[in-house]
Ligand binder design. Structure first.
Ligand code: OSB
Ligand code: MG
Length: 369
């Protein structure tokens, strides 16, 4: 198989409701869609880099630059079509995990479609449906937050995650627990705290949380280990886990007891699978994080979350939690029991709708050898 053409498109889609984290509030999502073509088949990938370098150092424009000037020329020059070969070859370029992941995802979809199998068959997925959670942003008031949580619970989500930051943490948890003493609840700080906040963070032990995600900045796995020693609630690392190596180091140091896996952050599914297997071998459960993907990126995540060591409800919600109209038909829906079915058609197993993609496209370019 030879890659004959690669298309990049920048899309902008408005959220149904703003999403606020410790980084700030946003009203829409800008991302890159990657298409890789071979033998009349097209594979889709999504680059989850955001417009601004807040969650990670990548942006939509750095990802475009790296794809256009390095990764796509490498694929054409070295005649790469196999996703694992791509992952190995792309390692010569430092960083830019999300740019790499977007193209690797497109090559995986292409490979699975060419072989006529659903993507999770290539990855060792075993589940037909995955447990769905919802990630709730910071709201204008605790009352708004509790109301919004109520509507997600009514829809059937299995667990609620809230974003926290200094000033929106202990009191937010207390407000939720007053109304919902028993729901499955966890919090995510996106690195908003410093080691001096350890005494304050320990107060989160009072709320029966499933986990506390990424209290300190990405590079700081050592202070997470200190906090975990003093805290009963399991810590989960998101931003800090960039590869199998950082995962191994974090586990050796005792920096977390749970790992959040995102394909974009770890440079693609090949590395994600290695982290999954390492954690499984050490008895450390993982779950699938999200980056507010379109249905295309979320379909990839559904396949990944079907692997056996994904043991917690995931940040994988229905299309209508994010978008007025998703890019795929049919859209992703929440089933009874708070689960989402893993698509069974070849590849990602969902159909991108060209009209909707065109409506959301702000820039497009085609690359050929
Ligand atoms: O830290 O998990 C995160 C969205 C953007 C950037 C970082 C994060 C998130 C989410 C959203 O929490 C999860 C989802 O896609 O549903
Ligand atoms: Mg997170």
């Amino acid at each position: 198989m030879t890659i004959e053409r690669i298309d990049l498109e920048i899309l902008r889609l408005p959220y149904v409701h703003f999403f606020e984290t410790s980084f700030g509030r946003s009203y829409d999502r800008t991302f890159i869609l990657v298409r890789a073509y071979a033998g009349g088949v097209c594979g889709f990938g999504e680059v989850v880099a955001e417009e601004a370098p807040l969650y990670s150092s990548e942006t939509t424009r750095t990802a475009w630059h790296i794809l256009q000037d390095f990764l796509i020329p490498m694929v054409f020059k070295e005649g790469i079509a196999d996703p694992e070969e791509f992952a190995r070859a792309a390692k010569k370029f430092r960083g830019h995990a999300m740019a790499k992941a977007g193209l690797e995802l497109a090559l995986w979809d292409l490979k699975a479609k060419t072989e006529g199998v659903p993507l999770n068959k290539l990855w060792g997925g075993v589940k037909a449906e995955i447990a769905a959670g919802v990630s709730c942003g910071i709201e204008d008031s605790f009352e708004d937050l509790v109301d919004r949580i109520g509507s997600y619970l009514a829809e059937g989500y299995q667990r609620i995650k809230i974003k926290i930051k200094p000033g929106w943490d202990v009191e937010a948890c207390a407000a939720i627990r007053r109304k919902y003493p028993d729901i499955a609840l966890q919090v995510d700080a996106n690195g908003a705290y410093a080691p001096a906040d350890i005494p304050h963070l320990k107060k989160l032990d009072d709320f029966g949380l499933i986990m506390v995600e990424q209290p300190f900045p990405p590079y700081d796995i050592w202070d997470h280990a200190k906090l975990q020693r003093d805290m009963a609630t399991p810590l989960c690392l998101d931003e800090s886990i960039l590869s199998e190596t950082t995962a191994r180091q974090a586990l050796e140091m005792g920096s977390c007891r749970i790992v959040n896996i995102k394909v974009g952050r770890v440079s693609g599914p090949a590395e994600a699978k290695k982290i999954h297997d390492l954690c499984q071998a050490q008895g450390v459960p993982v779950w699938c994080g999200g980056m507010l993907e379109s249905g295309i990126g979320r379909a990839h995540n559904l396949h990944l979350a079907s692997l056996p060591n994904f043991k917690f409800p995931n940040d994988l919600s229905a299309s209508n939690r994010y978008w007025k109209r998703d890019l795929i038909d049919p859209e992703i829906v929440l089933e009874k029991g708070g689960v989402i079915r893993v698509p069974t058609a070849p590849g990602i197993g969902v159909n991108p709708v060209e009209d909707r993609i065109r409506e959301a496209t702000v820039l497009r370019e085609t690359f050929t050898p």
